[in-house]
Design a protein around this ligand. Structure first.
Ligand SMILES: *[C@@H]1O[C@H](CO)[C@@H](O)[C@H](O)[C@H]1NC(C)=O
Ligand SMILES: *[C@@H]1O[C@H](CO)[C@@H](O)[C@H](O)[C@H]1NC(C)=O
Ligand SMILES: *[C@@H]1O[C@H](CO)[C@@H](O)[C@H](O)[C@H]1NC(C)=O
Ligand SMILES: *[C@@H]1O[C@H](CO)[C@@H](O)[C@H](O)[C@H]1NC(C)=O
Ligand SMILES: *[C@@H]1O[C@H](CO)[C@@H](O)[C@H](O)[C@H]1NC(C)=O
Ligand SMILES: *[C@@H]1O[C@H](CO)[C@@H](O)[C@H](O)[C@H]1NC(C)=O
Ligand SMILES: *[C@@H]1O[C@H](CO)[C@@H](O)[C@H](O)[C@H]1NC(C)=O
Ligand SMILES: *[C@@H]1O[C@H](CO)[C@@H](O)[C@H](O)[C@H]1NC(C)=O
Ligand SMILES: *[C@@H]1O[C@H](CO)[C@@H](O)[C@H](O)[C@H]1NC(C)=O
Ligand SMILES: *[C@@H]1O[C@H](CO)[C@@H](O)[C@H](O)[C@H]1NC(C)=O
Length: 762
């Protein structure tokens, strides 16, 4: 079929250009690595890209090859069938990762595995024909999407991994987790491995069983195949010589007698305490290197909460293992190999000079509110040291007319007000929100200073909480203290002041928030002397109009609903009162059940009228990201910048975006490697079989002139006169409609689709 030929051709072109880019990227690395060999650490893809596709599936292995460094090592957990064939499956029990339990309902057994009676479906009860021809692999990690299972990916044999994939993998790692179990069932891993090594280059063989590694040590070529001893939990007992792994760790010279390296859980190197804080690193890597052993670290997974010290950024986690003052591990075992690929090739040992690219403009959200309570002195100093370009202050007014920085006009949520004596200041203001609240204008400034800040918890429904050690630290700042801090910082280029509820405050509270802001800016010298940019943001055009009459700042219009486009007349109206626009992530890449559905026309349209586009909110917690971004905040930012062509990000973790801007790979221009290329919005959705596709959603509306037109701000009322209104500024729901027209936005995943298409046509 000519379409499939074209797809194969295009696919190989894409891959080969990616590979040549990689090779040149790696040559430019001059910094010596602290690995045993001095070479960059290896990326080992556990079951392929098992973080998104079923473990050991053709799709998982293909995606790993396409999105990783070119010498990525494909990892296969070998299990033996009744007839002695070796298949790849992540566990000795097959039911979680394959369809076996539904096909062979009565074939579950109970066997002793390392002395523990274990119930399940075991490969020893099935022939290769049963497994390879009848069973398919499925997603075995229940927090990951099972939408791809219906693709009926066959179970791969070890031979399949080397023969079925394009491009051919450069390196293969076989993990033999249970030699003794198979021996008890008269199946020989040793024979399997030795005979396989005659037809296939096996680069690495790992096992947690000393006996197994010693049994093959003389039988495979040590230059061709490296034997790696795998450590399990420190208190677990090694089954062949019956010592704990913890005690074997003290006997590295013994390990060296039969292995050239070790594979350890990552916590052996950077332990975490019971509260998930990182402790000082151990001396394991240096000790093992002294003993002549390479060290590989396991358990790199993006979709679990990382130690708080990494601020939920998986690139930061990998970097701590490969780029520190003391050591570098020789490789990392990951379910998301794109992350260590980028960390190793693009982020490690940044060159001192690289000032980075200009895009995106990094604007904080309530300071570094991912790490500290929002809008506190600590959140702002962190944002500054993290490398934010712009720090932000959402201004609220106190009863005594002092403008403050606070994430919301309702103090509940951002402070402990509900537990203080001020809890009786609860009032209702239907123009602001439907339920009651304790509003900033009900407390005077000295009362607000008595409140303790509270760290935000936007993902508590997923049981993901931000750093509890910082839960109540810091102090709130008045706008004038915020401006003093900003003026005194040489690294930031400006401030963003957010103004909401201006009409309500003028009419119902006799407060002019716009005058208060203009006054504070002028007193701080921001109108002319600081050399720093001032951006004023609002969702209400009347606020921007009012500022425009009085000062010459960058006016930023925030579109708070999901849109797919804007009419030309509307954009012309926006240009009347704004210099740039803020939209939600979903107005650029709409989603359906957390899969990107495509690209809207929003950025293109606003750019056609020369309006820069800033996008919110970029958070590091993986639950905030679409599946397409592989639970890696850097992949998301990169895709919005390179694929979505946005001009700036608004983020509660400015460090991640600032460090993204400095990564070395961005300088490679058209030779950018695959792991620093944008994902193609909508292509992952195409890999989902039709019966389980999420139902298409109605597209988002087009922004029209009536959406942006507002009456002018009312005059400030002298007396407080409560008025009934039904207005509400509640946030539009972030999830919702989609089904946008699709535009090419990158290369990376388009090649997966083509690859899968070709696999199915074979
Ligand atoms: C299979 O899934 C069950 C249910 O979540 C889990 O308890 C079990 O540990 C899993 N088994 C394996 C071998 O992963
Ligand atoms: C393994 O082989 C031995 C000797 O041939 C036999 O006695 C034993 O029953 C076999 N065990 C299993 C589990 O098949
Ligand atoms: C290391 O392990 C070997 C084999 O178990 C043992 O003979 C030797 O005594 C151990 N050495 C130390 C220092 O524990
Ligand atoms: C991790 O964070 C905790 C709490 O802030 C701190 O005490 C600890 O020193 C940090 N660990 C490392 C290795 O920096
Ligand atoms: C770094 O900057 C210095 C001074 O501008 C320059 O001499 C040097 O060549 C630069 N090095 C690199 C690697 O760009
Ligand atoms: C704030 O209110 C308190 C009463 O709660 C009062 O004692 C104090 O003087 C007021 N401070 C200011 C600055 O108005
Ligand atoms: C301004 O910054 C300097 C150091 O950069 C610091 O010493 C000084 O205290 C700061 N001033 C204020 C008012 O924060
Ligand atoms: C800065 O602005 C102030 C008040 O707006 C004005 O008095 C002053 O002359 C201005 N300074 C300069 C250098 O333009
Ligand atoms: C809207 O503006 C764009 C960019 O200037 C232009 O290409 C397009 O033709 C305009 N559409 C209409 C309907 O005027
Ligand atoms: C915007 O401000 C105007 C007053 O200028 C007010 O009448 C209108 O309700 C505000 N719009 C929203 C959505 O809050």
């Amino acid at each position: 079929m000519c379409t499939s030929r074209a797809a194969v051709l295009l696919f190989s072109l894409l891959v080969s250009s990616a590979i040549s880019a990689l090779v040149s990227a790696q040559k430019s690395t001059t910094t010596p690595w602290r690995t045993l060999s001095g070479n960059p650490p290896l990326v080992i893809a556990r079951g392929g890209f098992s973080g998104i596709f079923p473990d050991s599936s053709s799709a998982a292995y293909s995606l790993a090859l396409m999105t990783s460094v070119p010498d990525v090592v494909l990892w296969c957990d070998v299990q033996l069938t009744k007839d002695g064939a070796g298949i790849c499956a992540p566990d000795v029990k097959l039911e979680n990762s394959t369809s076996i339990a539904s096909l062979f309902k009565d074939m579950g057994k109970t066997y002793s595995v390392n002395g523990v009676p274990t119930q399940g479906w075991f490969s020893i009860d099935f022939t290769l024909n049963d497994l390879a021809n009848l069973c398919t692999v499925i997603q075995g990690v229940y927090s990951r999407t099972s939408k791809f299972d219906g693709n009926l990916f066959p179970i791969f044999t070890v031979q399949d991994v080397v023969s079925q994939l394009k491009p051919r993998p450069r390196a293969l790692w076989l993990n033999i987790q249970h030699d003794m179990f198979f021996t008890q069932h008269n199946l020989s891993m040793r024979s399997f491995v030795i005979s396989t090594s005659r037809s296939v280059v096996i680069d690495y063989i790992s096992s947690p069983e000393v006996g197994f590694l010693r049994s093959i040590a003389g039988r495979v070529s040590p230059t061709r195949t490296k034997l790696i001893f795998r450590f399990m939990g420190q208190d677990d007992i090694e089954p062949s010589i019956k010592q704990t792994y913890g005690s074997l760790l003290k006997n590295l010279t013994f390990i060296k007698t039969f292995a050239s390296g070790i594979l350890v859980p990552k916590v052996y190197i950077w332990p975490v305490d019971v509260n998930n804080y990182l402790q000082a690193h151990t001396s394991l890597v240096s000790d093992a290197h002294k003993a002549g052993l390479t060290v590989f670290a396991a358990d790199f997974v993006n979709d679990v909460p990382l130690s708080y010290n990494y601020s939920f950024d998986p690139v930061a986690e990998t970097l701590s293992y490969i780029d520190n003052d003391a050591f570098s591990v020789d490789g990392v075992l990951s379910d998301f190999p794109i992350t260590p690929s980028a960390a190793i090739d693009c982020f490690a040992y940044p060159s001192k000079n690289s000032s980075g690219q200009a895009m995106p403009l990094v604007i904080s959200l309530n300071g570094a509110s991912g790490d500290y309570p929002g809008c506190t002195d600590l959140a702002y100093s962190q944002a500054i040291s993290d490398g934010a370009d712009i720090i932000d202050c959402p201004v609220q007014m106190s009863k005594d007319r002092i403008p403050f920085c606070l994430s919301s006009i309702n103090l509940i949520g951002s402070s402990n007000v509900a537990t203080t004596q001020f809890r009786d200041r609860m009032t209702t203001a239907p123009e602001i929100q439907s339920g009651p609240g304790i509003f900033s204008f009900s407390l005077n400034s000295s009362e607000i200073q008595q409140l303790r800040p509270v760290i935000a918890s936007p993902f508590s429904q997923y049981k993901i909480f931000r750093n509890p050690a910082n839960r109540n630290v810091g102090n709130f700042l008045s706008l004038s203290s915020f401006l003093t801090l900003a003026k005194n910082s040489s690294s930031i280029s400006g401030v963003l002041i957010n103004i909401e509820n201006a009409a309500y405050l003028a009419k119902d509270q006799s407060l002019s928030i716009t005058d208060a802001v203009l006054d504070a800016l002028s007193k701080a010298g921001f109108n002319n002397q600081t050399g720093k940019k001032v951006m004023i943001k609002s969702t209400n055009s009347s606020v921007l109009m009012k500022i425009k009459e009085n000062a010459n700042y960058e006016l930023v219009y925030e579109v708070d609903e999901n849109i797919r486009d804007a009419t030309n007349a509307t954009v012309l109206d926006i240009k009347d009162f704004a210099d740039s626009v803020v939209v939600k992530k979903t107005s650029v890449f709409p989603t359906n059940e957390a899969f990107l559905t495509g690209v809207t026309d929003v950025v293109t349209k606003l750019h056609a009228f020369k309006l820069p586009v800033y996008v919110q909110t970029f958070s590091n917690e993986f639950v905030s990201q679409a599946w397409d971004f592989f639970s890696d905040a850097t992949v998301e930012v990169n895709s919005f910048v390179m694929g979505g062509e946005i001009d700036g990000v608004i983020t509660d973790f400015p460090k991640t975006s600032a460090s993204y801007k400095r990564n070395k790979c961005l300088a490679l221009g058209s030779k950018i490697p695959a792991y620093m290329s944008p994902v193609q919005a909508g292509s992952l959705l195409e890999v989902i079989p039709r019966p389980v596709l999420p139902p298409a959603q109605a597209p988002y509306p087009v922004l029209t002139e009536s959406d942006v037109a507002e009456p002018p701000l009312p005059a400030v009322q002298k007396a407080l006169a409560p008025t009934a209104t039904d207005g509400s500024t509640a946030e539009a729901p972030s999830q919702g409609k989609s089904g946008q027209p699709k535009l090419p936005a990158g290369i990376l995943l388009s090649s997966v689709v083509m690859l899968l298409v070709t696999l199915f046509l074979l």
